[in-house]
Design a binder for this molecule. Structure first.
Ligand code: SF4
Length: 304
């Protein structure tokens, strides 16, 4: 297989949906696994999972490593809201760093300014903060608020990014916006210009849960077009690239992927009980197919 050359380091991304619990209630949220016994409840299991992943993807010469020619592995802590785990989140993050992973997390930002979470200095290489609207009313309608009605707004976002830039040397900041029927006409150009994130990722709302939020591909494209040509670090991501270009682990510590007939997901046994190699085979994981998708996505990213 020809390796596509880019001027950026090729990075393998593993998304660990560490918990499905979240303090927000977005109507389009797909992070639901039926409240399984989440692996993070045992520190021993966290250590074992990180060791398994590091042995296979960082130290080992796995087929995937040869096919992709990646140079680093980033473990992305997703949820739910990973920061709801407090000290456990910090422990897992610190351990991942010690074991050689680059680290990142996706968060709704709430605990970056409201919580007692002490994020150790230089423990995060990248952060993605979800932000869907500058209007409190719109955020409320989407469900981006906690039980007390707190909602992470534009000023909070500015403060959080300023703090992170101080405490996390060289951190890459991403803002993730899910375009849906409620924020479709909003203009983000001034805010994004002001914040100057590394990436502004624009995601098309997934057909999950609340149908009233759905928009067509044409509507999504119009949103992207309206924000194009302004020098913004725009990275539109379609539904298919979202689920097919990362390796994904659920809160129980099992790999999952879209099943070949597109009827939901296919899950492996727990990685800690059967090992990475066997678990990958159980989700019909094919390094060649994955590599071609993965490199297409990487090249798209470089070219945009
Ligand atoms: S913030 Fe994220 S995890 Fe929480 S409800 Fe919204 S989409 Fe789901």
């Amino acid at each position: 297989m020809t390796k596509i050359q880019t001027d950026k380091t090729i990075e393998l991304v593993i998304n660990w949906h560490v918990t499905e619990v979240c303090n927000y209630g977005c109507k389009y949220c797909f992070a639901k696994w039926g409240r399984p016994n989440e692996l993070h409840r045992s520190e021993k299991e966290i250590v074992k999972l990180l060791d398994n992943l590091a042995d296979y993807f960082i130290k080992g010469t796995s087929t995937l490593k040869e096919e992709l020619g990646y140079e680093s592995v980033r473990l992305n802590f997703a949820g739910g809201e990973p920061m709801m785990l407090g000290d456990t989140f910090v422990t897992a993050l610190t351990l991942a760093k010690q074991k050689g992973f680059k680290t990142s997390t996706i968060t709704n930002g709430h605990y970056l300014i409201n919580g007692k979470l002490a994020l150790p200095n230089n423990s995060l290489d990248m952060i993605g903060i979800s932000f869907d609207s500058q209007s409190l009313d719109t955020r409320n309608k989407i469900g981006r608020k906690d039980r007390k009605g707190n909602s992470f707004g534009a000023d909070d976002l500015k403060l959080a990014l300023a703090n992170l830039t101080q405490s996390q040397r060289g951190i890459k900041t991403k803002i993730n916006t899910v375009v849906n029927s409620l924020n479709l006409d909003e203009d983000f150009s001034e805010l994004i210009t002001d914040l100057a994130p590394y990436k502004w990722k624009i995601l098309h709302v997934m057909p999950y849960g609340n149908d009233e939020l759905l928009i067509s591909k044409t509507q999504f494209d119009k949103f992207v077009l309206r924000h194009s040509g302004l020098g913004l670090p725009l990275f539109p991501e379609s539904n298919s690239t979202m689920t097919e270009s990362y390796l994904m682990i659920n809160p129980q510590g099992c790999f999952y992927q879209n099943s070949s007939n597109k009827a939901g997901y296919k899950y492996s046994e727990s990685i800690n009980s059967c090992g990475v190699n066997k678990a990958l085979s159980q989700i019909e994981f094919n390094p060649k197919t994955f590599a071609s998708r993965y490199q297409t996505v990487n090249v798209d990213v470089v070219e945009l």
